[in-house]
Design a protein around this ligand. Structure first.
Ligand code: XCC
Ligand code: SF4
Length: 643
């Protein structure tokens, strides 16, 4: 593959990297080619020391591992272990947020409860007494109940009751209602260890259960309690791409996932003493920019600019303008430690869960959060004095965007300022102005042209009057090419979608936040079903999900909970399951009978859009809705086939 990205800033930085003989992820990925075919197909097992074992994917010998496990077992086990990894990552993030809430209740660490209304709303769901109790009392009770969700052994997770009754029954019927967050993840690890579960369907069902513990458990807790602590996002304007780095300011890049850290860095960067210190060194202020999902978190709540998505983390360093990069957990390339060594950039790890050899570790203790954040910002000021202006190359690329939508705020806009209701959204779908809605989420991956699939898929859907909601690195990709501006409705949306965006002043792609905020997509679906007129369960809605450029185990966990919640879910490159036709068929076909959702894998975003649109139209027909008002026939690649 020659073209590496569709993003001009990325291409510009890649040229600079090449000129400077600096290695990037694309070079290392190339060096891995050809990648191991057994691994790609999922038929390599190294779960025990009799292995590694591998199965001949072409039906020859060997057909079984040393223990007798066949391709179906091996593929299913490997896949659900990825679900466990992803669910663990999201949920452990959730656990840290609960911990921070507990500290806020105890008045430690500088955390305060910024959204008492949401605090009370969530606490009420747990049956916590509100009357006559202070915010901190309620927060303490809520944090304790939330912590219990991790170690809960029996029953069902609290938030499952948010789902429509039909969905809850269906989960119970198939025994995939998660009992406790940690329990379901542990059970995957147990069931897939040598000599336990060999029935691939049974194994995959546990994958669905653990994924529900992520989406309706750990991730939902993370989102809701972050809103409680750091306030619920409101729509705001911001800027994105490497051009947000400033030549004459101190640039701190926060990278990773947990706003428990990044919120405090933002607060510390506004400290008058540190600002004076920065000025004394000739810097025009302290500029914070984000990478990956922690970027999305502080973007959503403060309008802090986003430097880029996953594949741009090294490129940010290569600008030579990053004085300090502070990381916590997830999606942080190990390569950053050697790369920052070629620049003045100071790299700092902070999490008890992540240290990097040779990299300074400033342990982020939540109880001393603000104090430590100030220490980190002070390091950035120090580092700025070592910046070499001759090495600074900041691409002049930045786009404006609107972010900060939530399931509470977003569609209520459609009801107008004084009428908070989903009615207008449901009506727009019912009368066919909107064909449906699709969540485009997930990562970047050097195995596909950077940002291309996100943007191409989004554009095809918009043209066909499909509203797009987005999170994670997908949202950053769309933002960079301007699709998160209200003006994008004129340029890119079909006539029905355009009417709606114009009436309300929203962009055609709505940024719902980070990857744990995919739970906002679930609660949005809850609201849509609850509003009425579009069926009684998620699986009846004209909606779909997509992760066109996925790379992380977390994407698989998210895909699983979308499918378990009844949603058709597209992935660009397939899951590593093609070595087992049975597992592949389960995921892309059989599972639909159980949950109403299923996967499909399609590399070409235009073809994927066509399949998604067919699905939306099928769901519309099943609900006996009118055909889409303006784009009854699909419109592809700029060629209108209908009208
Ligand atoms: Fe990581 Fe969340 Fe994927 Fe981006 S989208 S590459 S997981 S940062 Ni979550
Ligand atoms: Fe081989 Fe079975 Fe051990 Fe896997 S569990 S490595 S297939 S012997």
């Amino acid at each position: 593959m020659n073209q590496k990205s569709v993003d001009p800033a990325t291409l510009e930085m890649l040229q600079i990297a090449q000129n400077g003989k600096l290695e990037t992820i694309w070079d290392r990925w190339d060096a891995q080619q050809p990648q191991c075919g057994f691994g790609q197909l999922g038929v390599c097992c190294k779960i025990c020391n009799m292995g590694p074992c591998r199965i001949d994917p072409f039906g020859g010998e060997p057909r079984r591992g040393a223990c007798g496990a066949d391709a179906d077992t091996i593929v299913a086990r490997n896949l659900v272990r990825m679900v466990a990894g992803g669910a663990a990552a999201h949920s452990d993030h959730g656990r840290d947020v609960v911990h921070a809430l507990l500290l806020a209740a105890e008045d430690k660490g500088g955390y305060v409860i910024k959204d008492p209304i949401k605090l009370r709303r969530v606490a009420a769901e747990f049956g916590i007494a509100l009357d006559g109790h202070s915010d901190t009392e309620i927060a303490k009770a809520l944090a304790e109940r939330a912590l219990e969700m991790f170690g809960q052994q029996e029953g069902e997770l609290r938030f499952l009751s948010r789902a429509p009754a039909k969905r809850q029954e269906l989960w119970r019927k198939h025994e995939i209602s998660p009992r406790g967050i940690d329990r379901e993840i542990v059970e995957i690890m147990h069931r897939t260890t040598m000599g336990v579960d060999t029935d691939y369907r049974h194994i995959l069902m546990q994958g669905l259960r653990a994924s529900l513990a992520d989406g309706w458990g750990g991730s939902m807790l993370a989102t809701d309690l972050q809103d409680v602590l750091f306030h619920s996002p409101q729509p705001l304007r911001a800027a994105v791409n490497l051009g947000v780095l400033k030549k004459d300011a101190i640039n701190i890049v926060v990278h990773g996932h947990e706003p428990v850290l990044s919120e405090m860095i933002v607060a510390a960067s506004r400290d008058p003493e540190l600002l004076r210190m920065a000025e004394a060194h000739g810097a025009k202020g302290i500029n914070i920019a984000g990478i990956c999902c922690t970027a999305n978190e502080i973007l959503m709540r403060h309008g802090i600019p986003v430097a880029g998505n996953f594949l741009q983390q090294e490129l940010a360093v290569i600008t030579g303008a990053v004085d300090l990069m502070v990381v916590d957990v997830q999606c942080i390339m190990p390569a950053l430690s050697s790369l920052t060594g070629c620049f003045h950039t100071k790299l700092v790890t902070t999490s008890t869960k992540n240290k990097m050899p040779g990299v300074e570790h400033i342990q982020f203790e939540e109880a001393r959060a603000l104090e430590l954040a100030k220490e980190i910002v002070a390091r950035a000021v120090e580092s700025y004095t070592r910046r070499d202006p001759r090495k600074v190359n900041i691409p002049d690329s930045r786009s404006g965007l609107i972010a900060g939508f939530t399931s509470d705020s977003v569609f209520r806009f459609l009801g107008g300022r004084y009428r908070g209701t989903y009615r207008p959204l449901n009506d727009a779908v019912i009368d066919g102005r909107l064909r449906g809605a699709v969540g485009i989420v997930g990562c970047n991956n050097p195995n596909i042209v950077h940002d291309w699939a996100h943007i191409a898929l989004t554009r095809e859907l918009l043209k066909n009057d499909v509203l797009v909601v987005s999170t994670g690195c997908a949202a950053i990709a769309d933002a960079k090419c301007g699709l998160l501006r209200p003006e994008a409705a004129f340029e890119s949306a079909g006539p029905g979608l355009r009417e709606i965006c114009e009436a309300v002043g929203i962009p055609p792609v709505l940024h719902l936040g980070s990857c744990v905020d995919n739970s906002r997509i679930l609660t949005t679906l809850v609201e849509i079903v609850g509003e009425g007129g579009l069926g009684e369960d998620f699986s009846q809605l004209p909606v779909a999900g997509s992760a066109p450029e996925w790379m992380s185990e977390k994407a698989i966990a998210i895909g699983f909970y979308f499918v378990a919640s009844g949603v058709l879910t597209h992935f660009g490159t397939p899951h590593p399951v093609l070595g087992s036709p049975a597992v592949h068929k389960f995921l892309t076909d059989d599972v639909e009978e159980l949950t109403g959702g299923k996967f499909f894998f399609e590399l070409d975003p235009v073809k994927a859009a066509a399949q998604i649109i067919d699905h939306l139209d099928k769901k519309r027909a099943e609900l006996k809705l009118a055909p889409p008002m303006y784009t009854a026939k699909k419109t592809f690649q700029g060629v209108t086939e209908g009208a």
